[in-house]
Design a protein around this ligand. Structure first.
Ligand SMILES: Cc1ncc(C[n+]2csc(CCOP(=O)(O)OP(=O)(O)O)c2C)c(N)n1
Length: 362
């Protein structure tokens, strides 16, 4: 993919930032300062950072629960992430959710949907909008191996292929869906083999090798950008910690764990860079200090931020004054959708017409 030294150092920085943020979050969790559970992705950094680094301005990500690396690369700040973990009133979800269920539609980050697989039809919707608007932007979506066994995954991949959508799906196959190993999840060799059945290209790569990831994802994104449709890139990786910090992951055989630990993605990149004289010991120390300073700042900022105001708990649950009015029903909360009217015109709310108005006719 022709990555320059500056690109590689940027990737290295984000991989270290991602790892260090998760390590700090674990410490905060053990100190009882995190609200809710902690889900980390130590070991996934080459996949999440490498894939996101291949995007351009205007592209969109539809991330999953292990994608802190993608979020950081695409502009979610460490402060926002820490406010989210500590459930502060100024966090991206205003303290209503923890974890990295964070989105920012203005910056092309679709919030994570907890129901596995369900974010993929949404990714198709975003990609379809881009296509209808004749944009040259693309969508990078991701999911785990477990999510590939859901109905939503199959429907989304079929739709993406039929509509030739500008979509690249990265499957982060870390060998387990919670405690269920791959061999009990599916009966095929590679998850990318499924691509053939949908009518799109699929490839499987070493997800702990940032060069393999950037090459495969970069190629798939170029294809999508050129109007040639979607692809699947399976990145084989390993989740070093448990599903969450409540999970000791003692279902993972020791030899398997050790084999993957020997392939640590950050150490591999570091070795590549140092062996070629692209990263000195002094520069490594600078990266370490920079990452630490950013995280210290984020934690300080989050801890000084206010808790959510309990009086606002019901806000943002219902749209206060959307375009739809329910006419002729005494009880608006239990009204039927068929009775929906356009609030401005009083016309029946025709969803087909409205959709065309929003995204334009093809
Ligand atoms: C439909 C659905 N079923 C179950 C869950 C609970 N759950 C959350 S993450 C997870 C494991 C997912 O495995 P995988 O997709 O392989 O991703 P990984 O966590 O291994 O990265 C489960 C079972 C869920 N969120 N949604």
């Amino acid at each position: 993919m022709g990555l320059e030294r500056a690109d590689l150092l940027q990737i290295y920085y984000y991989m270290r930032l991602t790892r260090a943020m998760e390590e700090r979050t674990r410490t905060l969790f053990l100190q009882g300062r995190v609200v809710g559970g902690v889900y980390t992705a130590q070991g996934h950094e080459a996949t999440t950072v490498g894939a996101a680094m291949m995007l351009r301005d205007g592209d969109c990500i539809v991330p999953q629960h292990r994608d802190l690396g993608m979020q950081l690369v695409r502009g979610t700040s460490p402060r926002a992430v820490m406010c989210q973990w500590l459930a502060r009133g100024n966090s991206p979800t205003l303290g209503r959710d923890g974890q990295i269920h964070i989105g920012d539609m203005h910056h092309g980050i679709v919030p994570m949907i907890s129901m596995l697989g369900e974010s993929l039809p949404v990714a198709c919707g975003v990609a379809l909008t881009m296509k209808m608007r004749k944009r040259s932007t693309v969508v990078l979506a991701s999911c785990g191996d477990g999510a590939t066994s859901t109905g939503a995954f199959h429907e989304a991949m079929n739709l993406a292929a039929v509509q030739k959508l500008p979509l690249v799906l990265v499957i982060e196959n870390n060998g387990y869906a919670y405690s269920t190993p791959n061999e009990k999840e599916f009966a095929i060799q590679n998850l990318s083999d499924r691509a053939l059945a949908y009518g799109m290209p699929g490839v499987s790569v070493d997800g702990n090798d940032v060069f393999a990831v950037t090459e495969a994802v970069g190629h798939a994104l170029e294809r999508a950008r050129a109007g040639q449709g979607p692809s699947i890139v399976e990145c084989r990786t390993f989740r070093v910690r448990g599903h969450s910090e409540a999970d000791k992951a003692d279902y993972v055989p020791q030899e398997l764990r050790e084999a993957w630990l020997a392939k640590d993605p950050i150490r591999r990149l570091e070795q590549y860079l140092t062996e070629r004289g692209l990263l000195s010991a002094a520069e490594q120390a600078e990266f370490e200090a920079r990452v630490k300073a950013e995280i210290d700042d984020a934690v300080r900022y989050a801890e000084q931020s206010p808790a959510p105001d309990g009086a606002t708990v019901a806000e943002y649950v219902f749209a206060p004054d959307g375009p739809i009015a329910i006419i002729g029903e005494p009880d608006a909360q239990n009204a039927r959708y068929v009775n929906a009217r356009d609030r401005r015109t009083g016309e029946p709310f025709n969803t087909v017409r409205k959709t065309e108005e929003v995204v334009g006719r093809r």
